[in-house]
Design a protein around this ligand. Structure first.
Ligand SMILES: Cc1cc2nc3c(=O)[nH]c(=O)nc-3n(C[C@H](O)[C@H](O)[C@H](O)COP(=O)(O)OP(=O)(O)OC[C@H]3O[C@@H](n4cnc5c(N)ncnc54)[C@H](O)[C@@H]3O)c2cc1C
Length: 322
């Protein structure tokens, strides 16, 4: 069969696009390499979203949470219910590997399980699969984590948290509160401005009172099983260490973009090149949706400000059919 639309990625954005397609009567299929909202499943277990549930809900389907800002488990529940109640057509645990134009403007999409044909493609693959590496010796040791899940693992341990954005501050505070000895290595001179307003004073005060040691203007130069080398403004420093939480951010999967044939901008953002009004890329009938649109500028887009993507893409597809 030829689908009107194949959606690559079953995160919040892929689900949003699928509901728009379904409402418009388009035939569609979501191909998701993991579980439903795979990225959210790997968010820290105790995390709370910075957005209110009202700002996250899509297609006027209510997102009920206990507090104003939902937790990870409430978000998992919301998206699970969306997929099931809307009876979305989604293939799970099926990874897209590449895509080929067929010649008439349609595409064949190749996955780990088969191939599919569609008149339009939506790429909504997010950025959470590819951590930004520090590229230092020892980064591949098992004690180095690029995803933080649960503070319980770090009770009584010497933990180095690398970074100063939301994930780093959340991890540092949680681990310290559970009894870890926390040190932070921060490349800049201060905690980032965009850290959640209720977290920033907390982390700054823990640093000021000496509960958490922070080295500013500092980078990691090497990691060994029981030590880490830092480069501080005062010179090289070696500290004892059990675990490194490298909260250095994430970026889209550029090898996938290459395998899909997506042209990428040659500026710092490295964004897939697309029309801002229609979200159609320079590959005809191939659309971008969700946070993947921002390329390396991962703090620019989030669920809140990409909720219109489903409607925009489906309107563009329908416009071409007339
Ligand atoms: C810790 C954290 C907290 C956040 N808090 C908020 C918040 O409060 N509010 C807000 O608006 N935003 C927040 N964001 C940002 C944003 O909401 C999330 O990144 C969100 O997951 C983006 O949705 P998405 O669908 O665009 O991408 P994703 O959720 O990353 O979905 C992409 C999907 O594509 C799949 N995929 C990838 N490659 C392939 C492939 N080759 N084949 C098939 N499937 C593939 C992935 O498995 C994944 O399920 C947060 C982000 C993080 C990391």
């Amino acid at each position: 069969m030829t689908y009107d639309l194949i959606i690559i990625g079953g995160g919040p954005s892929g689900i949003n696009v699928a509901i728009s397609a379904r409402k418009a009567g388009l035939s569609y299929l979501i191909l998701e390499k993991g579980m439903v909202v795979n990225s959210l499943f790997y968010f820290p277990v105790n995390m709370t979203f910075f957005s209110t549930s009202l700002k996250l809900e899509i297609h006027d389907i209510p997102f009920i949470s206990h507090g104003d800002k939902p937790t990870r488990s409430e978000a998992l529940e919301y998206y699970r219910r969306l997929v099931q109640s809307q009876q979305l057509n989604i293939n799970l645990y099926e990874e897209v590997k590449e895509m080929m134009p067929v010649g008439d403007g349609s595409y064949t999409v190749y996955t780990t399980k088969g191939d599919y044909h569609a008149r339009a493609i939506c790429v909504s693959t997010g950025f959470y699969d590819t951590p930004r590496m520090m590229s230092v010796p020892g980064e591949g040791l098992p004690k180095v984590k690029h995803y933080y899940d649960d503070p319980h693992a770090y009770i009584g341990q010497k933990v180095l948290v690398v970074g100063a954005a939301n994930s780093a501050c959340d991890a540092a505070l949680e681990c310290w509160r559970k009894g870890a000895e926390v040190t932070m290595a921060i490349r800049s001179g201060e905690i980032y401005d965009r850290v959640k307003y209720w977290i920033k004073p907390d982390i700054e005060n823990r640093i000021k009172e000496g509960s958490i040691t922070a080295y500013f203007n500092t980078t990691v130069s090497a990691i060994r099983p029981t030590e880490v080398d830092l480069v501080t403004p005062g010179g090289p420093l070696t500290i004892d260490n059990d675990f490194v939480l490298a909260m250095t951010g994430y970026q889209p999967n550029y090898s996938l973009f290459e395998a899909l044939g997506l042209p990428i901008s040659d500026d710092d953002a490295c964004k897939p090149v697309f029309n801002e009004d229609t979200l159609e890329t320079t590959l005809p009938n191939v659309y971008m949706a969700g946070v993947a649109c921002a390329g390396k500028q991962t703090s620019k887009l989030f669920i809140e400000n990409t909720r219109d993507h489903g409607g925009v893409i489906v309107r563009s597809i329908l416009g071409k059919k007339i």
